[in-house]
Design a protein around this ligand. Structure first.
Ligand SMILES: Nc1ncnc2c1ncn2[C@@H]1O[C@H](COP(=O)(O)OP(=O)(O)OP(=O)(O)O)[C@@H](O)[C@H]1O
Ligand SMILES: [Mg+2]
Length: 349
């Protein structure tokens, strides 16, 4: 079945027309396409995330391997699982696209996500509502502090919605057992090429601190500014790109988001206020969504992990691309705070 036939069938519409490619996916793995559709009770357009992996992939930085190829394929499978089994639980400020259908052309290769063995999709179509049509037509590369707070509100409500006290190992089914794409367990090549440093020596302690926290939620896993779609006056936001959604401490999304959209100077000046904003929104959102959980206990555990999460991401940057602008004085300062906290709590990890 081709894409047009699948859209006709799922949306029960009369006509479908490919309008434009919004962008190609990472390393030639597919594209995001906008389709115009016609029919009673149909939206005017939809977005199709069309995954069609290359037979011989070419990674831009030379880390190409079977391992990274397989992880990429799994990431699309996770995104499909997210839209099919989890996304409907999002509401209020954490807006996400509606999913109209998932067409998977399953290969017979077995790979591991969570809860046992799963199959990876060789080709996959994810039909999504068009966020531009839903009023989220603005894309941003950098943000003011006020605009960044809109996304941080999104994160806090998202984290509150899925917050768990000591979840068992099978949670979250079908998603990554550890969310994000940079955690140590998946980055041994980058770790190996890091020059020796206190951060390198502390990498597994930082990783353990993050992974052994009592309160876990779903982290978006790639919550950079490019994955948020804004309303015209930037007071509302929706998120896309759930390929790395999985279990984790909410601080992982917060540090990555802040690093993606603010200048180093903004970070120095405003990070404490942004942490305050996050926790005040988490408190509000927990009362709405998960009121049996004790906000103060969550806050006590997660606040210090802001620095740990920042240092953990800095570990990835130093191995992956040490000349990257994210390796800056602010990141080094956050890392130093995290490393000091490890020393002062040593023996308690
Ligand atoms: N439902 C949607 N409505 C409107 N725009 C969308 C929608 N989904 C995606 N987009 C736009 O397309 C861009 C790319 O989508 P997405 O982030 O899912 O793919 P990607 O990051 O390129 O995937 P990959 O990491 O595999 O390369 C988004 O940043 C967003 O601007
Ligand atoms: Mg993206």
């Amino acid at each position: 079945m081709n894409t047009e036939e699948y859209i006709l069938q799922r949306l029960n519409c009369n006509a479908v027309q490919r309008l434009e490619s919004v962008q190609t996916l990472w390393s030639g793995y597919g594209e995001i396409v906008r389709y115009r559709i016609k029919g009673e009770h149909c939206p005017e357009s939809i977005i199709v995330k069309s995954v069609s992996p290359p037979t011989e992939s070419a990674h831009p930085r030379g880390w190409d391997s079977q391992h990274s190829h397989r992880r990429k394929l799994l990431s699309y499978r996770v995104e499909a699982n997210w839209y099919r089994d989890w996304a409907l639980q999002c509401s209020g400020p954490s807006f996400v696209p509606e999913c109209f259908g998932i067409l998977e052309d399953i290969s017979h290769e077995n790979s591991q996500i969570n809860a046992g063995s799963v199959q990876t999709a060789e080709k996959c179509l994810i039909l999504l509502s068009d966020l531009d049509q839903a009023g989220f037509m603005v894309r941003k590369k950098s943000l003011t502090i006020e605009q960044s707070k809109v996304c941080i509100t999104w994160l806090a409500h998202f984290h509150a919605r899925f917050l768990q006290d000591s979840p068992d190992k099978t949670w979250p089914e079908g998603l990554w057992p550890i969310g994000t794409y940079w955690h140590l367990g998946t980055r041994s090549d980058e770790y190996a090429v890091m020059p020796d440093s206190p951060l390198k020596s502390a990498a597994s302690d930082l990783d353990l601190k993050l992974n052994s926290c009592r309160f876990k939620t779903l982290v978006h896993g790639d919550a950079k500014v490019a994955n948020f779609c804004f309303s015209q006056n930037c007071d509302r936001v929706a998120a896309v790109d759930f390929q790395y959604v999985g279990a984790g401490c909410g601080m992982k999304d917060l540090i990555y988001f802040i690093g993606s959209c603010l200048t180093e100077e903004q970070c120095h000046l405003e990070y404490e206020e942004l942490i305050e904003h996050y926790f005040s929104q988490l408190s509000v959102a927990l009362k709405l969504n998960n009121s049996h959980l004790d906000f103060e206990m969550v806050e006590r555990e997660w606040r210090p992990l802001f620095f740990v999460a920042w240092a953990d991401f800095q570990r990835f940057i130093l191995g992956w691309s040490p000349d990257h602008p994210k390796n800056n004085g602010f990141s080094q300062k956050m890392t130093d705070i995290a490393l000091e906290s490890l020393v002062s709590s040593s023996g308690k990890i």
